[in-house]
Ligand binder design. Structure first.
Ligand SMILES: Cc1ncc(COP(=O)(O)O)c(C=O)c1O
Length: 447
């Protein structure tokens, strides 16, 4: 395919991405979709993903040498930006000492103690990705309660495994919010697995209560993000999380708080601290590793005592490997420095306020939803508030993609998809935010 007479497909007008295109052409021949993850290929990236070569601080460079100010941060993990010196030092030092033992090492225990202290939870198990953590959390809840079904919310993303894919993937929900319907988001998921998932509309406590009343003796767990950060940013209505927590306690249901994004980001103690609620099991990943593949499930001793041989199975050769543990410990140590969360709040609020200002100044039909250090999202919609997945599906994703491309040309990197989320890091400065807002304003005027 050619465009405008060139021998490569034009990405954004005036942006030379021919080497990215060549790399993509090679990739599609040997990798399905030309990527290692569905989240990294067409049609998420249209017409193809750019190929990146370097990142430092808040900047990234593609293979054609274009520079961008990064507000995606690898979908959230890079809470200290790219190639932070403290993380590089920690990992380099560990490299010299040995890359892997696949058995207990002292830094692993240091990290476990630090995670328990920061999250105010009793015990922790490490794994490598967010999906592994949510999968283990659900198995643990099932093993602990002896029940099978789980409740998750429409559109909510908790990783790419069978237990949690129902109701994701852009499929519009059908029927009442309380029915036992399931929508496969992928081929290959057994019916039996889907039948054990109940989807409920987010922020609809009445529906949630009805489902629990009907199936309480079958429901092992409710899994939720504290803020739906994979649907732009959808905040919980006041009291929604607290009521959910109480409902779980009253019905012997494990409350799994998926803090893969919010953990160590929203606050030192994550969403549990931010919203003053307590999970039975919480899952962590992105900011925990700050760009290195580590995740964790943490929670109450009474539950975690069952995560031992002979009871609930959990294992992984690479779990808590020393390199990622070193990076994670360095990340948490950096986060623990005085003033870090205050800065994240300030920059996060500045970004959110600035985007709101840009919308007002340009009379754009859009809103911003966000949570300070957790980041935010600009949503093209007529609605004054997006409160669930059904609302979210009515937003204008094509317009968002157009904005993304125009911003790319101006050196600002937003994700192409509105369901993603704008992230900030400890390295973002007021100047970075001001530059971003000025460009967003110009682009909104052009749209
Ligand atoms: C809330 C949430 N849970 C779980 C996951 C899965 O994490 P991973 O991609 O590391 O498997 C994600 C990924 O974006 C997520 O946002």
């Amino acid at each position: 395919m050619t465009a405008t007479g060139k021998d490569y497909v034009v990405y954004a007008d005036g942006l030379d991405t021919r080497r990215s295109y060549e790399t993509y052409r090679r990739a599609v021949k040997v990798m399905p979709g030309g990527a290692s993850s569905h989240g990294q290929c067409y049609p998420v990236f249209d017409p193809y993903p750019l190929t990146f070569k370097k990142g430092k601080g808040t900047k990234i460079w593609d293979i054609d040498g274009n520079e961008y100010l990064d507000f995606i941060l690898a979908m959230g993990p890079l809470i200290h930006g790219h190639a932070h010196p403290a993380l590089i030092k920690a990992v380099t030092e560990q490299l010299e000492k040995g890359t892997m033992f696949a058995v207990l090492h002292d830094l692993e225990v240091d990290l476990a103690e630090k995670v328990c202290e920061m999250t105010s939870l009793d015990m922790v198990r490490f794994s490598n990705s967010g999906a592994e953590a949510t999968q283990a959390a659900i198995r643990l809840a099932r093993g602990y309660t002896g029940k099978k079904k789980i409740i998750k919310f429409e559109g909510a993303y908790h990783g790419g495994h069978d237990y949690v894919l129902a109701g994701t993937g852009g499929t519009p929900p059908m029927g009442p919010s309380t029915s036992l319907y399931t929508i496969p988001a992928s081929w290959g998921i057994p019916e039996e697995t889907l039948a054990n998932t109940i989807l409920v509309r987010w922020n609809d406590f009445g529906a949630l209560k009805k489902v629990v009343n009907r199936h309480a003796n079958e429901i092992a767990a409710i899994i939720t993000e504290p803020i739906l950060m994979n649907l732009g940013t959808i905040l919980p209505d006041e009291g929604f999380l607290e009521s959910m927590r109480e409902l779980c306690t009253a019905n012997d249901i494990v409350f799994i708080l998926d803090e893969v994004i919010s953990g160590f980001r929203l606050a030192r103690g994550g969403a549990q601290e931010y919203f003053k609620i307590k999970a039975d099991i919480a899952t962590y990943a992105k900011a925990l590793g700050a760009g290195f593949p580590i995740s964790a499930l943490a929670g109450k001793k009474e539950i975690f005592e069952n995560l031992v041989p002979g009871k609930v199975f959990h294992a992984g050769t690479y779990n808590a490997n020393p390199l990622v543990v070193a990076a994670s410990y360095a990340s948490l140590t950096e986060l623990d420095k005085p003033g870090t969360y205050a800065k994240l709040h300030k920059i996060g609020n500045m970004l959110q306020d600035g985007l709101e200002g840009a919308i007002d100044d340009t009379n754009t039909q859009a809103i911003v939803q966000g949570a300070g250090p957790g980041g935010c999202q600009l949503l093209f919609t007529k609605l004054r508030k997006i409160k669930d997945y059904r609302d979210f599906l009515s937003t204008d994703s094509e317009k968002y993609m157009k904005m993304h491309k125009k911003l790319l040309k101006r050196g600002i990197y937003f994700h192409p998809q509105q369901y993603e989320h704008l992230f900030i890091s400890t390295q973002h400065t007021e100047e970075d935010v001001n530059r971003c807002i000025a460009n967003v304003k110009e682009v909104l005027r052009e749209l």
